[in-house]
Design a protein around this ligand. Structure first.
Ligand code: GDP
Length: 368
């Protein structure tokens, strides 16, 4: 019979199975006198925050708690996975608190991309999803881009209040907070501590901002319909761009199809020969075929020639569903959340795309 062991740092229950879950500690540390979860260990010894994830219920509890506070909420999304990394319930829970919306990973955008257009698109998409952020910032947590500006905006809007940083897993929340720690609290280890979230047993990281206010990191939540969850870790590396993405140009004739690995598909139906430009991870294999052969190809070659998903991910891979768009702009981006986008040039193209069930596909005026 096992007794529940808790972390002496933050009080969370210790578990040894899920490395990314809350309360993880390597099994080899369990016989030590003082047991501490890996997250607290790294925070204590390296002043470094590790990402953790939560189940839906725990997460809703946290959001509920934030709604009861008078605070500033900073919501981080991945600009390559805007809809996938959105937290659908958030704006209902945060009550009257101001929200700043932060798009991370801007270092991956091609230099030619217009960041103001991206911000406008984020603003409009946020509005459609029911949220009205006070400001939109584009940052690169990894490269340190725009962090000072964002810190200043946070300072302006928090007005002495506490700050909660929220975001789903993999948006780069920990990378961002680790930057803030270096910037604000870098000198002494003791400045950063963990505390319990009001009304729950969940731990939060306190980063003192001065004037008695605190910055809270909240655990990320896993959004199950993200493209990232339909592939394994190795395949995720293939679909995640590592550095500035290089556009790939395809001249397509009518009735031709592009497969993006086996994860998504674009059918060009009608509109004469024209160019399509893919902005995706440069390692993602793109396969061109005839529309009439496309279904058959998918059936026969998904998981091998059309991969990722690889053979091991096929079992849980959702079916592709069709989306139709009328393209109203001179240049339109068709955005596959979690994968990237394809720019369609000139008006009058008839295009259909397919993406895994649950993965969002949207259009916007081209960023380029
Ligand atoms: P969290 O789960 O939200 O805490 O996310 P992490 O901070 O652990 O980051 C998730 C992944 O995104 C990691 O592979 C990071 O290296 C990567 N990442 C974080 N910030 C950036 C960024 O600004 N640019 C790029 N290209 N990658 C980033």
């Amino acid at each position: 019979h096992e007794q529940a062991i808790t972390c002496t740092g933050c009080g969370v229950s210790i578990q040894t199975e899920d490395k990314k879950g809350l309360g993880y500690a390597p099994a080899s540390t369990l016989n030590k006198e003082v047991i501490i979860c890996q997250r607290c260990f790294r925070l204590k010894h390296y002043n470094e925050l590790q990402p953790v994830s939560l189940t839906d219920d725990d997460f809703l509890e946290i959001l509920n708690g934030i709604g009861k506070t008078d605070s500033l909420v900073v919501k981080i999304v991945d600009i390559f996975d805007f809809h996938g990394s959105w937290l659908p319930g958030l704006h209902r829970f945060v009550g009257n608190n101001d929200i700043l919306l932060v798009g991370n990973k801007v270092d991956l955008l091609p230099k030619s991309a217009n960041q103001n257009r991206l911000k406008n698109w984020m603003q409009q998409s946020a509005k459609e999803l029911g949220m009205n952020p006070k400001e939109i910032s584009l940052i690169s947590a990894a490269k340190g881009h725009n962090i000072d500006e964002l810190a200043a905006i946070i300072d302006q809007y928090r007005d002495g209040k506490d700050v909660y940083i929220v975001g789903c897993t993999n948006v780069g929340k920990s990378t961002f907070i680790n930057r803030l720690i270096k910037q604000f609290g870098g000198e002494t280890e003791e400045m950063i501590t963990t505390s319990h979230f009001p009304g729950t047993t969940l731990d939060l990281i306190d980063i003192p901002l001065g004037e008695g206010a605190t910055l809270y990191d909240t655990p990320g939540i896993i959004n199950n319909h993200q493209m990232a969850h339909f592939v394994d870790e190795k395949e995720l590396k293939v679909i995640t761009p590592k550095s500035e993405i290089k556009p790939m140009v395809f001249q397509l004739n009518e009735e031709q199809t592009l497969y993006f690995g086996g994860l998504a598909r674009l059918d060009y139906l009608k509109g004469g020969r024209r160019s399509f430009v893919a902005f995706m991870a440069n390692n993602l294999p793109i396969h061109r075929t005839k529309l009439e052969k496309a279904d058959d190809l998918y059936e026969k070659h998904l998981g091998e020639m059309l991969s990722p998903p690889g053979p091991d991910s096929l079992e849980n891979f959702p079916e592709l569903v069709k989306h139709r768009f009328s393209l109203k702009h001179e240049k339109t981006d068709i955005v596959f959340s979690g994968l990237g986008w394809v720019t369609v040039h000139d008006l009058g193209a008839q295009v259909e795309v397919h993406a895994p069930k649950g993965v969002s596909v949207t259009v916007r005026p081209s960023l380029i």
